[in-house]
Design a protein around this ligand. Structure first.
Ligand code: PFF
Length: 472
């Protein structure tokens, strides 16, 4: 039997909801735009040889991640429930609920390790505001030098400091989520996203006018297909899923708060466009500046915490005010991006706990924040005193990152495309895609082909390619 009784489901909607279409787009784009765009994307681009990686990435966004996003929207918007509840409503007693369970579990894990990096960002924001990131330090032998690699490693391996920043960041996230959908998530997304977009455009203008910017732009926009290896392809899919926040039911949860009139296809396209734009613009901020000081672009995760402070410092020594503003705005940008995303991760878990256990939202949010603080502390310690503690050969941070991005996201995405493409009642899917028949059906055929065939086959092939070698 096909699942999903549309009439019954749409009537049961006595929950919070977004107040406007702008709120829908900004909150969803806020979830998508995050450290993934500004920290992870440039790192992957640097490792994957620049423009060639971007081309593959764009293909994956369009063919795999965007269809998964649509499936999440269809599931959440029709069921009006949290990530687990939605599957229970649409397919009672069926094993599809596993996709929701994996999502909520993934929500806890991703928020925990993500908040660690967000905590570092908070630390760098404070440092740059106080002017402590710039300027030369005098070392013991009287030489003037600033080793950002050393100071970064000293900070992240400290047992307490990063945990303190992690806690503050989690509390900020908690504050927004506990206030609910319209007064919390929507309101703060409407405040933070325009700020974020304005800072990005400003910094890009800044970065592109610096001497030597052309080389960085060329790296970003001129594909060199020789750089494309199987790992680059696998990395591009992981990045596409992570960047669009798909596969964990985050967008199932958000779309359960969309109004009945929200256009799912249009919203999904807008979110994909904003997210991709921000990723490319971040590249246009980072690479021209990196090439300027002649540092290799594949510097890895240290890119924004080690390489960029060097760049800011150089700028600072030539033009102090410019260097100060550039550094501060950059870390504020990163912090805003992290916050709008962490809110959405928190909401996956809070929505589940408050609905499943019929707990007050504030209480549910406290439970989530507390659990993630504990798990996040484990991740943070894995850079310092717990470096030697491993599970399946990985430290906690690595383990959580790996489990979410390599397992839960692709597998969740695969299950959701199969669920919508093959299990759900076709009429329900069509009604969701066309807003109850009021929108053009022109796009429906190609979208259904993407959801039923292209996305699941593509995800499966790439997933197996990635997983099988691990067990050989
Ligand atoms: N899309 C976010 C980013 O690019 O930073 C990360 C993310 C948010 C992943 C929400 C998963 C999620 F559920």
């Amino acid at each position: 039997m096909k699942g999903g009784n549309y009439e019954l489901i749409t009537m049961d909607s006595n929950r919070g909801s977004f107040g406007s279409q702008l709120g829908v787009i900004l909150a969803s784009a806020g979830s998508a735009v995050g450290l993934g765009n500004i920290w992870r994307f440039p790192t992957e681009v640097g490792r994957g040889g620049g423009a060639a990686f971007i081309l593959i990435y764009l293909g994956f966004i369009l063919l795999l991640a965007m269809p998964v996003m649509l499936c999440e929207f269809i599931i959440g918007h029709s069921a009006r429930s949290n990530a687990i509840g939605a599957f229970q409503k649409l397919s009672p007693g069926k094993p599809w609920v596993v996709a929701g369970i994996m999502g909520v579990l993934g929500g806890f894990l991703v928020l925990s390790f993500y908040s660690v990096v967000a905590g570092w960002t908070l630390h760098y924001t404070v440092q740059s505001a106080l002017g402590q990131l710039q300027g030369l330090q005098t070392t013991d032998n009287g030489l003037q030098a600033t080793d950002y690699g050393l100071s970064f490693n000293a900070f992240v391996s400290d047992p307490w400091q990063p945990i303190l920043y992690l806690a503050v960041f989690l509390l900020l996230t908690h504050f927004v989520v506990a206030r609910g959908i319209q007064h919390g998530i929507e309101r703060y997304s409407k405040l933070m996203m325009p700020m974020l977009l304005a800072i990005i455009v400003f910094l890009m203008g800044f970065s592109l006018t610096m001497p030597g910017a052309a080389e960085g732009v060329r790296f970003l926009l001129q594909p060199d297909l020789n750089e494309v290896t199987p790992e680059v392809v696998l990395g591009a899919m992981g990045q596409a899923f992570f960047s669009l926040s798909v596969g964990l039911g985050c967008l199932v949860t958000y779309s359960s708060y969309f109004s009945k009139e929200t256009r799912l296809v249009k919203s999904a396209m807008n979110v994909c466009i904003i997210d991709t734009m921000v990723a490319v613009l971040s590249g246009l901020i980072i690479f021209p500046t990196v090439f300027r000081v002649g540092i290799a672009p594949d510097a890895g995760p240290g890119l924004v915490f080690i390489t960029l402070p060097n760049v800011f410092n150089l700028t600072f020594s030539e033009m102090p005010i410019v260097g100060y503003v550039f550094a501060l705005l950059f870390y504020v940008l990163l912090l805003l991006a992290a916050l709008t995303s962490s809110i959405s991760m928190h909401e996956i878990c809070t929505a589940f706990i408050s609905e499943h256990f019929q707990a007050e939202r504030r209480r549910a949010a406290v439970v989530v924040t507390f659990i993630c603080l504990l798990l996040g502390a484990c991740c943070s310690l894995s850079f310092g005193p717990w470096q030697e503690v491993t599970v399946f050969g990985r430290g906690f941070f690595d383990l959580f990152d790996f489990t979410v991005t390599k397992f839960l996201m692709p597998l969740g995405g695969l299950l959701m495309t199969l669920f919508v493409g093959w299990y759900l009642d076709r009429k329900l899917v069509e009604r969701e895609l066309t807003n109850g028949g009021t929108l053009s059906v022109r796009l429906m055929r190609p979208l259904l082909i993407l959801i039923r065939w292209v996305a699941p086959i593509g995800i499966l092939v790439i997933f197996l390619n990635e997983i099988i070698p691990l067990f050989m």
